[in-house]
Design a protein around this ligand. Structure first.
Ligand SMILES: Nc1ncnc2c1ncn2[C@@H]1O[C@H](COP(=O)(O)OP(=O)(O)OP(=O)(O)O)[C@@H](O)[C@H]1O
Ligand SMILES: [Mg+2]
Length: 179
C-alpha cells in the first residue's frame, strides 16, 4: 500500500498475530533530558511485539518524536533513516526487527480520515504502530494500546505517564528506574 497519505521506506512486510487485552495500569515517571526520553523509547521498543500500538499524546515539542527515535533504535531501524514527524504524509514506514509505522495524526480532522488512509490494516499488521497526536483518533484505538502522555514542565523536564497492559507498563518502568 502506498499513496497520498502513506510513504513506504522499503519493500515487502510480513503480517503477524494479535494479542489479548490484560489488566490496565497507569504509571508516571520523569525525564530530565532528551537523552532520557530517548532511552525510555528504547526500553519501550524492547518490550513491544508484533501488532502492538503505542499512542503518544502531548503538546508541540513535548518529546513524542524524541521518544519515537529511541523506540526505532531498539526495533532495529537503521541510523540511515532520520526519524522525524511525518510532515508530508500521515504514515512513514521503516524497516526493523519488524516494520515500524510512524503516524502523525496532527493534521487529521477525525479518525475517519485515518481509516481512509488504510489505518485498519495496521491493527492486524506484523509490525509496531507509533502514533503522534493519538488523541485525534482515540475512538479507533484498540484497548490494548500503550498510551504515553507527555507533560511539559520546563525546558528540559517532562512528566511522562504510561498506561496500558499492567505487565508491560511494570517492566518498562522497572527498567527505566534501574539504570
Ligand atoms: N526531557 C526531554 N524529553 C524530550 N525532549 C526534550 C526534553 N528536554 C528537552 N527536550 C527538547 O524538546 C524537543 C522535543 O521535540 P519533539 O520533536 O520530540 O517533540 P514532539 O512532541 O514530537 O513535537 P511535535 O508535536 O511538534 O511533533 C526537542 O527539541 C528536545 O531536544
Ligand atoms: Mg513530533
Amino acid at each position: 500500500m502506498s499513496g497520498k497519505y502513506f510513504q513506504v521506506h522499503y519493500g515487502a512486510v510480513n503480517r503477524g498475530g494479535k494479542k489479548k487485552a490484560m489488566n490496565q495500569r497507569e504509571k508516571e515517571l520523569c525525564s530530565h533530558s532528551e537523552e532520557e526520553t530517548r532511552r525510555l523509547g528504547e526500553i519501550i521498543g524492547k518490550n513491544l511485539v508484533r501488532g502492538d500500538l503505542v499512542a503518544l499524546i502531548g503538546d508541540l515539542g513535548s518529546g513524542k518524536t524524541c521518544l519515537t527515535k529511541g523506540l526505532a533504535k531498539s526495533l532495529g531501524v537503521s541510523d540511515e533513516y532520520e526519524i522525524t514527524s511525518p510532515t508530508f504524509t500521515i504514515i512513514n514506514e521503516y524497516p526493523g526487527r519488524f516494520p515500524l509505522w510512524h503516524v502523525d495524526a496532527y493534521r487529521l480532522e477525525n479518525s475517519r480520515e485515518m481509516m481512509d488512509a488504510g489505518f485498519e490494516d495496521f491493527f492486524n499488521g506484523g509490525g509496531v504502530v507509533v502514533i503522534e497526536w493519538a488523541e485525534k483518533i482515540r475512538d479507533i484505538l484498540p484497548k490494548e494500546t500503550l498510551f504515553v502522555l507527555f507533560e511539559y514542565m520546563d525546558e528540559t523536564t517532562r512528566i511522562i505517564r504510561l498506561s496500558g497492559r499492567e505487565a508491560v507498563v511494570h517492566r518498562i518502568l522497572t527498567e527505566y528506574q534501574h539504570q
